[in-house]
Design a protein around this ligand. Structure first.
Ligand SMILES: Nc1ncnc2c1ncn2[C@@H]1O[C@H](COP(=O)(O)OP(=O)(O)OP(=O)(O)O)[C@@H](O)[C@H]1O
Ligand SMILES: [Mg+2]
Length: 227
């Protein structure tokens, strides 16, 4: 213990978007290491590149320039199909908008990623129940998203992110659609997940996270500012 094991290493990442002939340099040379049991908070003004960085770190997108290693494998040159496999095997996702399937119960929403991992039905249900219980939703298993509060929906989304036992959980403004009290509860849940050994990378405007995060990545106009 004590020494930190690197999961992800992003080196001098650039991302340029093209709008017609106009280039938008969303990231201009960003380097980040994610270690086991890290708790990284990505902060910065709107348009500073936070979501772009999360997309690259979570293999939803590839950099224009720079290298990205995942457990020492260079993934920045992977094909879309290879990246999809990497995402399913390594990562869990939590979004501001929850992104739950409206016709499925909490239990089925959580179990969904396990279908793609070829896990048998009994085990899918068992694991999903256990994780819903862990996030405090034992009595909401059979509710659909429109039968739950925003905070409950976000906890279902967090359970879904956890169910595949991911190496890193990425969350992009997970409290953005919640009132402040519910937002605080969700942040406490993330704190607990890190205490239990999970690794979390979170975009947030919540300045109180500074007290909890192990690493703060402050972006300004596509670069990291160090104070
Ligand atoms: N698909 C795209 N095509 C063109 N430009 C884009 C695209 N996605 C993002 N951008 C631009 O890249 C820059 C960074 O965007 P990004 O979404 O990463 O910002 P952000 O820090 O997440 O902002 P917010 O806090 O508003 O979510 C912005 O100037 C944005 O307009
Ligand atoms: Mg964003």
């Amino acid at each position: 213990m004590g020494s930190s094991v690197t999961i992800c290493r992003a080196i001098d990442i650039h991302k340029t978007y093209w709008r017609g002939k106009v280039a938008v340099e969303a990231l201009k040379g960003v380097s980040v290491d994610i270690v086991v049991n890290d708790y990284i908070s990505i902060m910065g003004a709107s348009g500073s590149g936070k979501s772009t960085l999360v997309h690259i770190l979570s293999c939803l997108d590839t950099p224009t320039k720079g290298e990205y290693f995942l457990e020492d494998k260079l993934v920045s040159k992977y094909t879309d199909q290879e990246l999809a496999q990497v995402r399913n095997r390594f990562f869990g996702f939590v979004f501001q908008s929850f992104s739950l399937l409206p016709r499925l119960t909490a239990l089925d929403n959580v179990a969904l990623p396990l279908i793609y991992s070829n896990i048998k039905k009994n085990e899918r249900v068992e694991r999903s129940r256990a994780i819903l219980d862990k996030v405090g939703l034992a009595d909401r298993m059979y509710h659909r998203p429109n039968e739950m509060s925003g905070g409950e929906c976000q906890r279902v989304a967090i359970a879904r992110a956890l169910v595949n036992d991911p190496k890193v959980i990425f969350a992009d403004e997970p409290t953005g659609n919640l009132d402040s009290r519910t937002g605080t509860e969700i942040m406490e849940l993330f704190d607990r997940l890190v205490e239990e050994g999970n690794t979390v990378v979170m975009v947030t405007h919540d300045v109180t996270i500074a007290d909890h995060a192990k690493q703060i990545v402050q972006l300004k106009d596509g670069t990291i500012v160090h104070d």
